[in-house]
Ligand binder design. Structure first.
Ligand code: PMP
Length: 354
């Protein structure tokens, strides 16, 4: 019989974390869906009045002022909010909290790769259920696994679409375990399933300040869930998980709705510009509800991504995902970035596939 230590060692040997690092600082970063339209004005405002001489002191253990600001913003109580160092930390907490070795973790596939990573680190058994060929979600398939933890990304990264609301609601309501509902990109799609999450028995609705809020470098995310679930998650949370500057900026960022609205509408203009230009180059783009476009390349996707890197443009290679062979994912940014990408990609696909 395999000892728990041996099981852990063997499993961790097979775990590989998706790599995000790009070595060149002059790269155009169209690979990680950060907010390429800029940094939230809350950073400069808070920096102006923040008492940096008090950084000798610990922040509040559970980021109470940010939690209470989030609670008032979303119409829930402070006890129903938990914050993390990026929403990634909340995904980590969910896996630590709800998965014991051998437990089943289930998600649709393709989806955000970090769900699988955290589940593997916690020695869970991974059950990924393919989306339908049109990337729609089959809730019956997911529910049939009776997993201890299920993750659903709405809208979904990397396929860029919103799943049918009824399918998602069914998963929230009928799962026999806990559910992570990841709404990282909902500010772009205008969707919001918080009410559904709060009326389901065991769902955490995860949000981030890294995308539309323009604060990826600050690392702040949060989850809203019923108090009992937040209490469970808190058992595995690092105390003082958010630094005090981040806490103050994230709270202030919630006041900048017009800035976020403006980013979202500018992003949509650039997304449809890029869509048209890529189609003309022979890419098969898919409809997107997010701040990125996915497209099947008229040439080998991994080769295209590698060539673009040598030219200083980073895009995401999606070929490792099922149903996405030769797909790339391109984050949307201001026109000069889109034109730089187009100028570099055009000679690489010239005369192919049209
Ligand atoms: N969820 C999804 C679907 C994402 O795409 C990302 C980042 N790419 C995250 C969560 C994590 O974001 P962060 O840790 O920056 O909040």
């Amino acid at each position: 019989m395999t000892s728990p230590g041996e099981l852990r060692r063997r499993t961790l040997e097979t775990v590989s974390r998706p790599s995000y690092s790009i070595s060149r600082s002059d790269m155009v970063l169209l690979n990680d869906n950060a907010n390429l339209f800029g940094t939230n004005p809350a950073v400069a405002e808070v920096a102006d009045r923040f008492d940096f001489t008090r950084l000798w002191a610990y922040p509040s253990e559970n980021s109470d002022s940010l939690r209470s600001r989030i609670a008032s913003e979303f119409g829930v109580s402070t006890e129903e909010v938990i914050v993390g160092n990026g929403s990634d930390e909340l995904l980590d907490m969910a896996s630590k909290c709800f998965l014991d070795p051998g437990d089943k973790f289930c998600s649709p596939s393709p989806t955000f790769g970090m769900y699988r990573f955290y589940a593997r680190v916690n020695l869970a058994t991974i059950r990924e259920k393919l989306l339908r060929p049109d990337y729609s979600l089959d809730s019956a398939e997911i529910l049939s696994e009776r997993a201890k933890l299920t993750a659903v990304c709405q809208p979904n990264n990397p396929t860029a679409n919103l799943f049918g609301r009824d399918e998602v609601v069914r998963i929230l309501n009928e799962s026999c375990g806990a559910v992570v509902l990841d709404e990282a990109y909902s500010d772009f799609s205008g969707s919001n399933m918080l009410k559904d999450a709060m009326s389901a028995p065991c769902t955490m609705d995860i949000r981030t300040f890294s995308k539309a809020y323009g604060l990826a470098g600050l690392r702040a995310g949060f989850a809203i869930a019923r108090k009992e679930m937040v209490d469970e998650l808190r058992r595995v949370r690092t105390p003082f998980g958010l630094n005090s500057f981040t806490e103050a900026v994230a709270a202030r960022a919630l006041d900048h709705k017009n800035w976020v609205k403006d980013v979202v509408s500018r992003m949509k203009v650039e997304r449809s510009y890029l869509d048209g230009r890529m189609k003309a180059l022979g890419f098969l783009t898919r409809p997107s509800e997010c701040n990125f476009l996915i497209a099947k390349c008229p040439v080998k996707g991994p080769d295209l991504v590698a060539s673009l890197r040598t030219k200083g443009v980073a895009v995401r290679d999606c070929s490792m995902f099922p149903m996405m062979e030769d797909f790339i994912r391109v984050s949307i940014g201001p026109r000069p970035m889109m034109d730089r990408f187009l100028a570099e990609v055009e000679p690489l696909v010239q005369g192919v596939g049209r």
